[in-house]
Design a binder for this molecule. Structure first.
Ligand code: COA
Length: 174
């Protein structure tokens, strides 16, 4: 699977064993970790990278891709399928190595991922909870048409602090 984005040279693809050093290097950053769930380790070691590359390639309804720039992994993007009555909802998330911030890459990657997810029949709704201190991610979602549905107050405890979670969502036939 190889999905082009609207930035030349930037694509989404499966994680590969060879991505281990780049994954560990880009992911081992407090500023990245601080905006993600606790499933994302810190420090991020090469063993964590190995574990992730195996996990990401398991056959499940969830989708996990590397964001690649000229073939090299610079970040990750994924949709985790909810279960039961919520099984057509996916939890949408992404991150980029800090070196690559501020160039429109997350927006391009997220736009391509949304199109990919909505081209199938499983995902009818994509949901993205964003920590209140992360306006850059809110902006990415707003640029893609995600709607700010609400705020769950003090629902997040991260980096030794409580914060609110801002819930963004996009539905397939909205
Ligand atoms: C959030 C993240 C993915 C953004 O990646 P990126 O490639 O820099 O994003 P883009 O360049 O596509 O878009 C960022 C937008 O936010 C804006 N922005 C950046 N910092 C901002 C701030 N402090 N306040 C308001 N807007 C801000 C940018 O100007 C840009 O909007 P614009 O195109 O209208 O100018 C990246 O910073 C990251 O990986 N952070 C750590 C992990 C994370 O937060 N993941 C998301 C969890 S919900």
């Amino acid at each position: 699977m190889h999905i082009d984005t609207n930035i030349a040279g930037c694509s989404l693809r499966a994680w590969e064993k060879e991505d281990k050093p780049a994954l560990a290097r880009n992911a081992n950053n407090r500023k990245v970790w601080r905006n993600l769930t606790d499933a994302f380790p810190h420090p991020y070691t090469e063993a964590d990278a190995d574990f992730w590359i195996t996990t990401a390639n398991q056959a499940t309804p969830s989708i996990h891709f590397a964001i690649a720039l000229e073939g090299a992994a610079v970040g990750g993007i994924g949709i985790i399928a909810d279960e039961g009555i919520a099984r057509h909802t996916g939890q949408f998330g992404y991150w980029l190595g800090e070196t690559y911030w501020g160039k429109g890459i997350a927006t391009a990657a997220a736009r391509a991922m949304v199109a990919h997810a909505f081209s199938g029949s499983l995902f009818q709704r994509l949901e993205a909870p964003v920590f209140a201190w992360n306006p850059a991610s809110m902006r990415v979602l707003e640029k893609l048409g995600f709607i700010r549905e609400g705020v769950t107050k003090r629902s997040v405890f991260k980096d030794d602090q409580f914060t609110d979670s801002v819930i963004y969502a996009l539905t397939k036939n909205a």
